[in-house]
Design a binder for this molecule. Structure first.
Ligand code: NAD
Ligand code: ZN
Length: 367
């Protein structure tokens, strides 16, 4: 069954198409926004092997030709060198402001391509075709684009919204299980932030989600996209409410940093543990009942994610080191640490006055 979610942003809006078989329909979906029958596709080697031909065939059905730029997979692809080489490659093939570039891949390809699109000749339009669960429910929606620099992750970027998002559910069937679970962390996040009903749906369907059951997964993608679209519509550039999307993320970034951003710990895996930590810390502060904190933790664990810092892969993690990283998080201003905490499941809020001493004590116990 086809579903559509609209992201409304002041003057303009765009659609997220969610259904199976969409790559084969990419021509018909993109045709209305094309000024000439050609597109540029940016993808990575893994995705190109499995899904590129289907997309190209879907475009060809409508007479649309595609120039393809294939990059290596992995986080290190989000770098200055690839920003430059991708822009150059597209321009060498005649890309200009009238053209559309398609990002076919996970968050790495989406983030880099969105930035390329924003910069090439002061901006060309782009379409997100997210192929990981994380990209479908999170990175492809909302218009944040970036590459990494020596100074840190995602520091060089633009807010740049796509023309549309095409979330083909079939591509999720080829995802490695770790990538699926990493995406599920971002899915349950939306329930934990402000949607108890969705949290309960995830609780009840944990097994099916873990097995990538197409119907249940699509429903989870739809609700997640609606949640992200709603939050982004209310706060496009993260001056307020959008910060709720960082639930578990300040803890997660500290874990990722402590691990050195190595392959032993995926972002979503860190987020799973980070959200459990946010609930336990909320409980320690007396904000949230122990019952709710345990329920949150169990639901995260049921998705195949680790909730115990001491058992998390890529460790060991050390309390003081985690605190140090949290104090230097890019969202920490003038030593004032902001955390997303919870008064219960679906009752997350922005705490701007986190006490470093209590946090230090908490992190000691956790590690
Ligand atoms: P990713 O793009 O590296 O993809 C993960 C792996 O899965 C890669 O090896 C990729 O080649 C492979 N893959 C992708 N689709 C596949 C498929 N259908 N079948 C088989 N393999 C497939 O990682 P990700 O988790 O999608 O994205 C992570 C990135 O997203 C990070 O750089 C992060 O900073 C960024 N991000 C951005 C935002 C945002 O708002 N812009 C939000 C969250 C995360
Ligand atoms: Zn995340």
């Amino acid at each position: 069954s086809a579903m559509q979610v609209t992201v409304a942003l002041g003057e303009r809006s765009y659609d997220i198409h969610i259904a199976s078989g969409l790559l084969s329909r990419a021509g018909e979906l993109t045709k209305p926004i094309l000024k000439q029958p050609r597109v540029y596709i940016v993808t990575d080697e893994n995705v190109a092997k499995i899904h590129l031909e289907t997309l190209k065939a879907g475009l060809a059905k409508e007479g649309i030709s595609a120039f393809v730029e294939v990059l290596p997979p992995g986080e290190s692809t989000k770098c200055y060198a690839n920003l430059e080489s991708t822009i150059d490659a597209l321009m060498a093939q005649g890309a200009d402001r009238n053209d559309v570039v398609i990002a076919l891949g996970g968050g790495v390809i989406g983030d880099l391509t969105g930035l390329v699109a924003g910069l090439l000749k002061r901006g060309m339009r782009f379409v997100q075709v997210p192929t990981t669960l994380l990209a479908q429910v999170d990175s492809s929606v909302g218009g944040k684009t970036a590459i990494n620099s020596k100074m840190g992750k995602n520091l060089i970027g633009l807010f740049n919204q796509p023309e549309m998002v095409i979330a083909d559910q079939d591509v999720l069937q080829t995802l490695p299980v770790r990538e699926l679970r990493a995406g599920l962390a971002e899915v349950i996040k939306y329930g934990l932030i402000d949607d108890v009903e969705f949290f309960e749906f995830i609780e009840q369907n944990a097994e099916k989600l873990n097995a990538a059951d197409p119907e249940i997964l699509s429903e989870a993608v739809r609700v997640s996209c609606e949640a992200k679209a709603r939050i982004v519509s209310e706060d496009e550039t993260e001056r307020g409410k959008r910060a709720l999307l960082n639930l578990g993320h300040t803890f997660a970034h500290a874990l990722e940093r402590a691990n050195g951003f190595g392959p032993a710990l995926l972002h979503g895996e860190a987020v799973g543990t980070g959200m459990a930590m946010a609930f336990r810390y909320s409980q320690a502060l007396g904000l949230c009942s122990g019952q709710e904190a345990v329920r949150a933790e169990k639901a995260i664990f049921a998705l195949g994610l680790e909730t115990d810092v001491r058992k998390l892969s890529g460790g060991p993690y050390e309390g003081d080191a985690l605190l140090e990283h949290m104090m230097h998080d890019k969202k920490t201003e003038q030593g004032n640490l902001t955390l997303i905490l919870a008064k219960g499941i679906g009752q997350s809020y922005i705490e701007k006055q986190v006490d470093a001493d209590s946090l230090r004590a908490f992190l000691k116990i956790e590690t």
